[in-house]
Design a binder for this molecule. Structure first.
Ligand code: MTE
Length: 324
């Protein structure tokens, strides 16, 4: 993402505590604790890291049967290219986060469902995945930075999670949140970002069949850099809406504010539907670079998915900022 850091509440880099001092201060604070008192915590950490090394407990569900409804107009991006060109700010602000993202611990992983629901619950990711029927879908992905890829996701419709959650009639939005663990994710130590990463959908969007929760890609469980173990794929919106590594779904009456919207509302709005006719304030959205091919092609309205989603926005034109 291309963000100009200039908000009043942001602290300049020179005033941020350098990392080594930050850790020294923590060590100082922990200084009173005896080595013995720390031992149980270390044992727990050991167990968690062993779990992280285990093979994915849902690996037997892949590859899932492809749903042929959603066709691509271009070849699927080579997995090697896709897996080495990522936006995952929790692990760095460059596209080269693959090594850093391997620090992401994806088991145990608990998903919380709360807010305006009949009964809030917490559920382990493997139990949640096994409650759903996985399918494969090929989707285009258009980043707001004017590049695109085509991906074979595996997962289940967001609508299935909504059914499972049993929201109340007063729920108007679905707010999603990424994990928060600055020790594991160095990007979260950059305090000018309003962590954790948040994104949201209206209920009409969340229950549209195209809205998809991906647990895997390219016929196997999700790679860490792609947002394992659970990420959103909403192909008619700019890529930043597709929140990665989700730990919480909250049904709300108020429209949630995404992380990028909190940082720069004029450039990264709530709706963020792809529209080649509406330029980003700093660049055109008319065309996109197809990553891995060098090709530039015209961007399509709703990224080409208008037949499935345009109805959601009928009557909203003019009164809402539908485009990022
Ligand atoms: N989710 C989280 N938690 N953190 C991020 O930095 N980046 C977003 C989105 N989801 C991001 C995120 C952006 S800007 C894009 S373009 C896509 O993830 C990139 O997904 P990919 O790396 O799988 O292509």
């Amino acid at each position: 993402m291309n963000v100009i850091r200039r908000r009043g509440w942001e602290i300049p880099d020179r005033l941020a505590t350098p990392e080594h001092l930050f850790f020294n201060r923590r060590a100082l604070l922990a200084g009173g604790a005896s080595a013995l008192a720390m031992a149980p915590g270390m044992a727990a950490a050991q167990r968690v890291s062993d779990l992280a090394k285990m093979p994915d407990p849902t690996a037997d569900l892949y590859p899932a049967k492809r749903n042929e409804t959603y066709k691509l107009d271009r070849p699927i991006t080579d997995e090697k290219i896709n897996a080495n060109y990522n936006n995952f700010y929790e692990f760095g602000s460059s596209k080269d986060v693959v090594d850093a993202a391997q620090a992401l611990r994806i088991r145990p992983w608990t998903v919380k469902i709360d807010g305006l629901v009949e009964k809030p619950i917490e559920i382990g990711i493997d139990e949640l995945i096994r409650k759903m029927t996985l399918e494969e879908r090929t989707y285009r992905m258009r980043c707001v930075e004017a590049w695109s890829m085509a991906i074979a996701w595996t997962g289940f419709p967001v609508a299935k999670l909504v059914d499972f959650a049993r929201p109340l009639g007063s729920a108007k939005y679905l707010r999603m949140e990424t994990f928060m663990d600055p020790k594991m994710a160095p990007g979260q130590r950059q305090r000018w970002y309003p962590w954790p990463y948040i994104e949201g959908l209206s209920m009409a969007e969340a229950t549209n069949d195209l809205a998809f929760l991906a647990t895997g890609a390219y016929g196997h469980p999700m790679l860490k850099q792609h947002g394992a173990p659970l990420r959103l794929a909403v192909p008619w919106k700019y890529g930043f809406k597709s929140i990665k590594s989700i730990v919480r779904f909250t049904f709300t009456e108020e429209r949630p504010k995404g992380m990028w919207e909190s940082l720069q509302a004029a450039e990264y709005g709530f709706w963020a539907n792809v529209n080649p006719a509406v330029a980003h304030p700093r660049w055109s959205q008319a065309t996109e670079e197809v990553i891995g091919t060098g090709e530039r092609r015209p961007t399509l309205l709703f990224n080409g998915y208008g037949e499935y989603v345009a109805d959601i926005y009928k009557g909203m034109e003019g009164s809402e900022r539908l485009w990022a």
